[in-house]
Design a protein around this ligand. Structure first.
Ligand SMILES: Nc1nc2c(ncn2[C@@H]2O[C@H](COP(=O)(O)OP(=O)(O)OP(=O)(O)O)[C@@H](O)[C@H]2O)c(=O)[nH]1
Ligand SMILES: [Mg+2]
Length: 343
């Protein structure tokens, strides 16, 4: 696990109404030291920490919300469904509370092995959490996907929140109607209406989470914002650029792995990544005419990775045909997914 620091956006100077008081954290080398350290005001400083799973149908804005709560990009986001493939923990701080946000793949009716693994992973994330947040795209009504998740939430014992996201695109009467319909189907501890994109309502949600996670020591150092190693984030960023540039089924038929990460003399980083596709025809599309496609993708990914590592990056992308990679256990290990049984 790598620690990434310095990328969290500065916290606001004045807390907004309803926001948990922002405690001043002295540097805390580790959670154990924190519980033993004398505090100025024990009631204010008593630490809290919990795991919060964000679940929902694909494309409802789970990863956008994780980034908004953390205050930095830890998860990739695209306009396409099924962007997130594996669990990722983003770590946010709210006063004395550390919130470990579990971003999950969207839940839908899976067909392929990869999809089944993604959906199983999403539910496993929910079962391991202290609080479960169900996100719904407020523009949509309770469709089949939302109904299925609402039904299965009955099995879940933990506190549950309903989050209607994308309120920047939705009229208020529709929001109230949707909130009432979802609450009639499932008992939620609270309902929030937010825009993960504009940040509207996110501070109130964060304050609620900070108040409701269990008392206890923090699980991560104060400045850690994600549990994902940099090499995984770098592979995800390249995958994001591929998702944004490629069309139809192709984004779902590829995966990206960071094969080499080397810090060079002078501080620059040399990164080699492989993009696995299923067929030669797909390799040609990814490369683009005269290699222009892969060049543009590489330039975009390199720029963003360099910002994150705060050093010049030399990014080398290779496109390999690996027929049936989606049935290869090795690729699943790379993605952090369970390799499920054949069905
Ligand atoms: N207008 C608007 N767009 C949003 C909001 N939240 C997310 N989006 C957009 O919705 C799309 C999907 O966002 P993601 O965060 O990738 O959604 P997700 O639920 O993580 O999707 P999967 O990983 O595929 O399950 C992106 O284009 C986001 O910019 C919001 O509050 N308002
Ligand atoms: Mg996502």
């Amino acid at each position: 696990m790598s620690k990434r620091s310095g990328r969290r956006q500065p916290r606001p100077q004045a807390p907004q109404a309803n926001q948990a008081p922002q405690a001043n954290h002295a540097p805390q080398p580790d959670a154990a030291a924190q519980t033993q350290a004398p505090t100025q005001d024990a009631s204010q400083q008593a630490s809290r920490c919990g795991f919060i799973a964000l679940i929902g149908a694909p494309n409802v804005g789970k990863s956008t919300l994780v980034n908004a709560l953390v205050g930095a990009k830890v998860a990739i986001v695209t306009h396409k469904v099924q962007t997130t493939r594996a669990l990722l923990r983003g770590i946010a701080v709210a006063g004395p509370a550390q919130l470990v946000l579990i971003d999950t793949p969207g839940i839908f009716a899976p067909r392929r092995r990869l999809e089944r693994a993604m959906v199983a992973t999403a539910w496993s994330g929910a079962h391991d959490a202290d609080v479960i947040c169900l996100l719904i795209d407020a523009r949509r009504s309770l469709d089949q996907e939302a109904e299925t998740i609402l039904g299965r939430l009955t099995e879940v014992r933990q506190p549950k929140l309903l989050i209607l996201n994308k309120i920047d695109l939705t009229a208020r009467p529709k929001l109230l109607e949707l909130a009432a319909a979802a609450n009639a189907r499932q008992k939620f501890d609270a309902t929030f209406m937010i825009s993960a994109l504009t940040g509207d309502g996110v501070a109130d949600l964060k304050a609620w989470l900070a108040d409701h996670v269990p008392a206890g020591p923090w699980h991560y150092p104060e400045d850690e914002i994600s549990d994902a190693p940099l090499r995984s984030l770098a592979a995800e960023i390249t995958r994001e650029k591929l998702f944004l540039r490629l069309h139809e089924e192709l984004p779902y038929q590829l995966t990206v792995e960071t094969e080499q990460w080397k810090t060079l003399r002078g501080g620059a980083v040399r990164i080699e990544q492989t993009i696995y596709v299923e067929r030669e025809s797909q390799r040609k599309i990814v490369l683009g005419k005269g290699g222009q496609g892969i060049k543009a993708i590489g330039a975009e990914a390199r720029r963003e990775i360099a910002e994150i590592v705060e050093a010049p990056v030399h990014l080398f992308l290779f496109v390999k045909v690996r027929e049936g990679w989606a049935d290869d256990p090795e690729r699943y290990r790379g993605m952090g997914l369970e390799f499920g049984k054949d069905e």
